[in-house]
Design a protein around this ligand. Structure first.
Ligand code: TXA
Ligand code: MG
Length: 335
């Protein structure tokens, strides 16, 4: 199969993307978080192809992308007042609500679970395609399972070229990490995956006692680069000193090193090592936006090992470190 590249400015192309989706084909498109791999959410066969293309375990449920808040109640039921408040506060936006599903949602979307994740992306092109297709779109991130989520059309191509019908190119994703996921099916709501809609922001809307954070589950090979990766945590000067040690050792051992760190740290180390800056220290939005790109950069450059500068787990920092830990397989060096 030849994968068609559609520009987001091409009106006819967007119509084609919508009709491909409607007819059961797979189309990747941009959202504000990461690129999604879309399929008709009412078509079990199309949804089955999503699992195949990604190499994803059937046990891992998909969520649905919708064009407008008004469509939520078409696919779910029992939306509590707290959930309604959060939907009103944060949708469209980078947050997925897990709610009780209606039977209209095929079993294969949710792996038979009685809940389904729903999200209204804050992205004009995504919503336009979904509106034109006029169906809920089952859409996981458009990467091969285990790899970092794609934040550009090129990254989608790298993983899925030849396996899907089309990719809509809408440039780089503004947020850059996957949505916050919140389970709204119990009295106390639970954040299943942290994102840029933070625990603090959620608690401000429904009260501190109403939202808890799920304990991190250690999954294998999530967001993982090809090379082994280590996260360095501690005071910035200690991290910098330790990075310098690793660089010296790598030169001795003739290993190709990759370093993911802040502008500040990179400014302090030697030029003859491959680095990727995720932005200024403390600029959480930039770091979130650059993280997956950094991981894929080192895949392209085939390094032997990656060392990354960890950050404070405050606010969005919690979501960033959640992804970094997973990407590193929890290889954490505390200084
Ligand atoms: O930002 C995002 O959420 C992106 C864009 C494309 O919308 N999508 C995304 O989908 O990250 P995916 O499938 O890569 O990650 C969704 C996560 C999965 O880890 C899945 O296990 C969980 O959401 N999930 C989906 N449905 C669920 C449910 N009913 N209950 C609990 N977890 C669920
Ligand atoms: Mg994913």
């Amino acid at each position: 199969m030849k994968t068609k590249l559609i520009s987001s400015g091409d009106e006819e192309g967007l119509k084609l993307a919508a009709s491909l989706l409607k007819s059961g084909k797979l189309v990747a498109f941009p959202t504000e978080t990461v690129y999604g791999l879309g399929a008709n959410g009412f078509d079990s066969e199309a949804v089955a192809h999503v699992y195949c293309a990604k190499g994803r375990a059937l046990s891992n449920p998909l969520s649905l992308l919708l064009a407008d808040v008004s469509q939520i109640e078409k696919v779910v039921t029992d939306v509590s007042d707290k959930a309604k408040k959060l939907i009103k506060a944060f949708s469209p936006g980078p947050i997925t609500f897990v709610l009780k599903r209606k039977n209209i949602v095929p079993n294969i979307v949710t792996n038979g679970k009685d809940t389904v994740g729903v999200r209204i992306p804050d992205h004009e092109i995504a919503r336009k395609i979904i509106r034109l297709a006029d169906i809920p779109i089952a859409a996981p991130s458009a990467n091969t399972s285990g790899r970092p989520s794609p934040t550009s059309a090129v990254a989608v191509f790298d993983d899925l070229q030849g396996k899907i019908s089309a990719v809509v190119d809408g440039g780089d994703c503004a947020v850059g990490i996957d949505s916050t996921i919140i389970d709204c099916t119990q009295e106390v709501l639970t954040v299943l995956r942290p994102g840029v809609i933070t625990l603090e922001m959620l608690r401000q809307v429904v009260g501190a006692g109403s939202v808890q954070m799920k304990e991190d589950i250690i999954e294998e090979n999530h967001y993982a680069p090809s090379a082994p990766m280590f996260i360095l945590e501690g005071a910035p000067n200690k991290i910098e000193d330790e990075m310098k040690n690793y660089i010296r050792k790598a030169v001795d051992e003739k290993k190709r090193l990759g370093i993911i760190a802040s502008d500040e740290l990179i400014a302090g180390i030697s030029n003859d090592v491959l680095t990727y800056s995720y932005g200024n220290r403390g600029d959480m939005k930039a770091i979130a936006g650059n993280l997956y790109r950094a991981l894929r950069f080192f895949d392209d450059h085939k390094v032997d090992v990656i060392y990354a500068e960890g950050i404070d787990k405050m606010g969005i920092g919690l979501a960033i470190m959640n992804r970094m830990y997973k990407a590193s397989g929890y290889r954490i060096i505390t200084l």
